[in-house]
Design a protein around this ligand. Structure first.
Ligand SMILES: Cc1cc2nc3c(=O)[nH]c(=O)nc-3n(C[C@H](O)[C@H](O)[C@H](O)COP(=O)(O)OP(=O)(O)OC[C@H]3O[C@@H](n4cnc5c(N)ncnc54)[C@H](O)[C@@H]3O)c2cc1C
Length: 515
């Protein structure tokens, strides 16, 4: 299928000597994550000279530390501390060569037909039918080795939770992941040292490089330029990550610009460049799948450290009319586990962490309304987003189910992810404790792994930013291929949707620009 030479052609700030560098190419791609990686390969394979500019560093797999705090500081946006303006939702995104695909948990779902049909009806995306998208899902599944988790790959926590699902007669959803022969280290979020996770860094990016693509890491695009309504290229700065000093001012002149800076990066670049915003929608319609992780403590040690980060789910309620939440088990290392609940300080905290080997976690993730906005205020990124009241009610229903599953699996007691200590000590307490929760700001420890929606796709030029083929309505040959395209939140982990959409849009670009 692909060449065996899985070599990245990457330059970092260390390689830069000139203070100014001007490059010409057929395509410049901004960002090297899910959307950037897929489009880079598809466009380079079609014979185009592709330049990929990535703001984050190049961290080869052998340098992954398997220490969450270190990985967050080097490979995550905002050193892992990016949040909404209220500071109660951590919005996690990767920031390195390969983007979020390097640090994600690799759980993959096809876009449900429900949303493809909804987008057809409400956003005019009648081109993205389940039939049209099927070959794209099949293609990325084959290329990224997306297969169901094997029986030996599940973690001990998942096996325990399985008992709860069985006792409650809940059908078991088995995860599909872009992982070949999982080494079960449990360190997905810190990067897969063994290269078994099929991130962009070890798949599509080296494949693109085998077709001549070049990657510049440490390189932040500051402006996209256009003339007479047509894209012309970009300006960027190569910044030494150790000192923060700009080493090189880089410009790429290219007739095709592909924006893949992710759902916070892409709208900011369009806003800064003053482009593609005649609708006023750039940066709006931000959704992020807020999730809350309930910690369960058991009598016996589970040692839930190794195995698939996610191996099972319950998605009976995932569509909005069925409730709008999904449950996912999750292996979490001690650093993550320590901030997932409020056990207090001093002795209570020490007791909580001493119980870490006896604990596991079940995440409730909700489909949310696209109510947020990303802007730059006084030089700082602002993500204005609060959980909507109705969405909070969906979260409460999900949390109740979550708690029932955990007790049915043998949990002694549960910690809710609140900033004031909230324990549930028995099944009988579930309803009263959760019914009493109110949708208050800064009370819950939300994590978002899935920002989406800030440059949404559709036919109506006054309500959307990008047309059904991925090109911005306003600027010819300026395409968006990342998670900002999603017109609505999809309630399922979105990476496969981004892979498939990027693959589809790359085909559109190749068709519109043959030769
Ligand atoms: C910890 C974590 C766990 C996750 N787990 C899962 C999971 O199990 N399953 C799932 O489906 N999804 C998961 N996701 C989400 C999934 O990885 C993302 O939805 C997907 O990668 C989004 O693709 P993207 O192309 O929009 O952005 P990204 O993959 O985030 O790539 C964007 C890239 O653009 C770069 N960039 C930004 N601004 C600029 C600029 N100005 N100039 C140059 N480069 C720029 C960034 O540094 C980044 O590398 C997870 C995400 C995280 C962070």
């Amino acid at each position: 299928m692909m060449s065996n030479k899985n070599q990245l052609n990457v330059k970092t700030s260390e390689d830069m000597t000139a203070t100014e560098l001007n490059i010409e190419a057929d395509v410049v791609i901004i960002g090297s994550g899910a959307g950037g990686g897929i489009s880079a390969y598809e466009l380079a394979k079609a014979g185009k000279k592709v330049i990929i500019l990535e703001a984050g560093p190049y961290v080869p797999s052998e340098k992954f530390t398997e220490m969450m705090a270190v990985s967050m500081a080097t490979m995550y946006e905002g050193e892992g501390a990016q949040s909404n303006t209220d500071g109660d939702i951590t919005v996690l995104q990767g920031r390195c060569v390969g983007g979020s695909t390097v640090v994600n948990a690799a759980l993959c779902f096809r876009t449900p037909d429900y949303y493809l049909k909804k987008w057809g009806k409400e956003f005019g995306l009648t081109n993205l039918t389940p039939e049209v998208m099927l070959p794209y899902f099949e293609k990325v599944e084959k290329n990224l080795g997306i297969t169901e988790v094997k029986p030996h790959e599940t973690s001990s926590g998942a096996e325990t939770i399985k008992k709860g699902l069985k006792a409650l007669d809940i059908p078991l959803g088995l995860a599909r992941r872009n992982i070949r022969d999982c080494a079960m280290t449990g360190f997905c979020f810190a990067g897969c040292k063994t290269d078994r996770k099929q991130s962009m860094m070890v798949t599509y990016l080296p494949w693109a490089c085998n077709h001549g693509a070049e990657i510049y890491a440490d390189t932040r695009v500051t402006k996209i330029s256009a003339e007479n309504g047509t894209a012309k290229g970009v300006n960027a700065e190569v910044i030494d990550p150790k000192t923060g000093v700009t080493k090189t001012r880089l410009s790429v002149k290219a007739p095709i610009v592909v924006l893949a800076a992710g759902p916070t990066g892409s709208p900011l670049l369009l806003q800064q460049s003053g482009l593609a915003n005649s609708s006023g929608q750039v940066g709006k319609n931000f959704a992020c799948h807020p999730s809350l992780s309930v910690t369960a403590i058991y009598e016996k040690k589970l040692n839930d450290f190794h195995g698939a980060t996610h191996s099972l789910f319950d998605d009976r309620h995932t569509l909005p009319e069925n409730g709008g939440w999904i449950q996912l088990n999750a292996v979490q290392d001690p650093v993550e586990a320590s901030f997932m609940a409020e056990p207090g300080t001093g002795k209570p905290y020490v007791r909580y962490m001493q119980n870490y080997p006896n604990s596991t976690r079940l995440i409730t993730l909700i489909h949310d309304k696209n109510v947020g906005e990303v802007t730059m205020e006084n030089g700082y990124k602002e993500i204005r987003y609060q959980v909507d009241d109705e969405d909070f009610e969906a979260m409460k229903k999900g949390l109740k189910e979550n708690a029932r599953i955990l007790f049915a699996s043998g949990a002694k007691y549960l910690y809710l992810p609140t900033y004031d200590t909230q324990r549930i000590n028995s099944v009988d307490e579930i309803d009263s404790v959760i019914d009493a929760l109110e949708n208050e700001s800064a009370r819950y420890r939300y994590t978002s792994f899935h920002p989406q929606g800030t440059c949404r796709m559709g036919t109506d030029k006054s309500k959307t930013v990008v047309n059904p083929y991925g090109e911005t309505h306003d600027i010819k040959n300026l395409y968006v291929v990342d998670a900002s395209l999603l017109p609505t939140s999809i309630g399922y982990n979105p990476s496969e949707t981004v892979y498939a959409l990027a693959s589809y849009i790359a085909d559109q670009i190749n068709e519109a620009n043959p030769g």
